[in-house]
Ligand binder design. Structure first.
Ligand code: SF4
Ligand code: SF4
Length: 439
């Protein structure tokens, strides 16, 4: 069923591609949620009135699939409140009033990493999660039998319009990336590393080739990929980089691959060298409503409002504010919402940019099927969802949908196909939970 070679051409609008990232000063307050990753929210490790420094642990990972959370500014814990997340859920968040000093926690030290277990332990301590996507705790990816890993694949494909933060990482953080590759390869006995980058990012390819030449413990190849969307999708990338197909419902490791986003890799390298956990993020701030689009290195927990203010404010009232790009981005719940661990971009889109064309009846042209990277049948899924036909949704393999939005993008009738896919997956999930509870 795989049609991984397919892809669509979307406008790039990479307005910030040639601008260096700018570090912003500590905002007055940061709001840091305990749930910025897939898995259980972290458990609060501080209380109101506590003094913290940059890198002080404020949330303890709760179970195997969870992640520690750290203070991103120095100051005082002002309050602990529920924070509204993009998925409509809430999670406890620590609000820190900054003292402006950005003093670093003096207990931080580079971890001693000599083998697989010490690497996994260090990554678990670091609070690092997948920074380009869903926020899957990174240590879990490496907590596997090393004999199962044939390739470490670095995702440098940044195919969403506007977003350039990963490209900036590849241009400026080669040293951190090389350090991480050498440590991971040594601890896990990995012989082959492939860095996948689209062929329209020539400077990033050159920077990564120079970095690859400095690595001596394993073979590092930089692969130039077709510049199509969704090249950065994990399954699409694995296929283009290795020719291997990840079976439906399986993970990259089932095809002998571990996939890591390039900014995640650089953050691992910085942590292994210094012991500084994940406390800041490079974020592309763009969209027609932003006065001065740029990449900003911001403390995690910085409000979206403060981020816009740092970029010269808004030229006009945005119609939509997104975490991430316009294809797969999620609506920011409000202007107080914070920069999260996996926030790679914040876009303030004007009415013109955000306006959805009128939906009309399906003309059965088949474009949605022909342009789905996995050959799914979005129009049929939509009909099955409308009649809440769970069996048919399973048969149509809606769970395999990566929510890339290609189907919606190409549909001449502007049908809300990806939205229906998301609803269908949620519908099946809830049904399965209900059935499991009955047993
Ligand atoms: S692309 Fe749109 S109009 Fe064409 S078959 Fe799919 S849903 Fe129908
Ligand atoms: S959103 Fe899902 S169904 Fe639509 S093109 Fe992407 S993978 Fe296929």
């Amino acid at each position: 069923m795989a049609r991984y070679l397919k892809g669509i051409h979307v406008p790039h609008r990479k307005n910030t591609a040639n601008k260096p990232a700018v570090r912003m000063d500590a905002p007055q307050t940061v709001t840091i949620p305990m749930a910025m990753h897939i898995g259980k929210p972290a458990t609060l490790a501080v209380k109101v009135g506590d003094l913290v420094k940059v890198g002080t642990k404020i949330g303890e990972a709760n179970g195997a699939v969870s992640a520690n959370v750290y203070a991103s500014v120095s100051g005082k814990v002002n309050k602990i409140e529920d924070c509204l997340l993009s998925n409509g859920a809430t999670a406890p968040a620590v609000v820190i009033e900054s003292d402006g000093a950005m003093s670093v926690d003096e207990t931080l030290a580079a971890p001693t990493v000599t083998d697989r277990q010490s690497l996994v332990d260090a990554l678990k301590e670091s609070g690092i999660v997948g920074l380009g996507g869903a926020g899957f705790p990174t240590h879990v990816k490496f907590d596997v039998d090393p004999a199962r890993i044939d390739y470490l694949i670095i995702n440098g494909a940044e195919c969403e319009p506007y977003v350039t933060s990963d490209t900036v990482t590849m241009l400026t953080r080669g040293d951190d990336m090389a350090y991480a590759i050498e440590t991971i390869a040594r601890c896990l006995g990995i012989g082959k590393v492939i860095i996948g980058i689209e062929n329209n990012k020539k400077e990033a390819i050159a920077a990564m080739r120079a970095m690859a030449a400095s690595v001596s413990v394993c073979d590092v190849q930089v692969t130039s990929l077709p510049s199509v969307y969704p090249q950065g999708g994990e399954k699409v990338l694995v296929y283009h980089a290795t020719g291997r197909v990840i079976p439906m419902g399986k993970l990259p490791i089932d095809a002998g691959c571990v996939v890591i986003n390039c900014t995640t890799l650089a953050t691992i390298g910085a942590y292994l060298r210094t012991g500084m956990p994940l406390v800041e993020k490079c974020v592309t701030v763009d969209g027609g409503a932003v006065a001065q689009p740029q990449n900003v290195i911001a403390p995690i927990g910085t409000s979206i409002e403060a981020l816009f203010a740092f970029c010269g404010g808004l030229k006009e009232q945005p119609t939509k504010i997104l975490y991430g790009g316009p294809m797969m981005g999620i609506t920011v719940p409000n202007a107080d919402a914070p920069v999260l661990k996996n926030t790679n971009a914040v876009l303030a889109l004007t009415e013109k940019e955000a306006k959805l064309p009128k939906t009309t009846a399906c003309i059965r042209c088949g474009a949605c099927v022909n342009n789905c990277p996995f050959g799914l049948a979005p129009a049929a899924i939509s009909r099955a969802y409308d009649s809440r036909n769970a069996d048919e949704l399973v048969e149509l393999a809606v769970d395999a949908c990566m929510e890339c939005g290609c189907c919606s993008y190409v549909c001449p009738a502007n049908r809300p196909l990806v939205q229906k896919n998301k609803l269908s997956k949620q519908f099946l999930k809830e049904k399965r939970v209900k059935e499991a509870n009955k047993q």
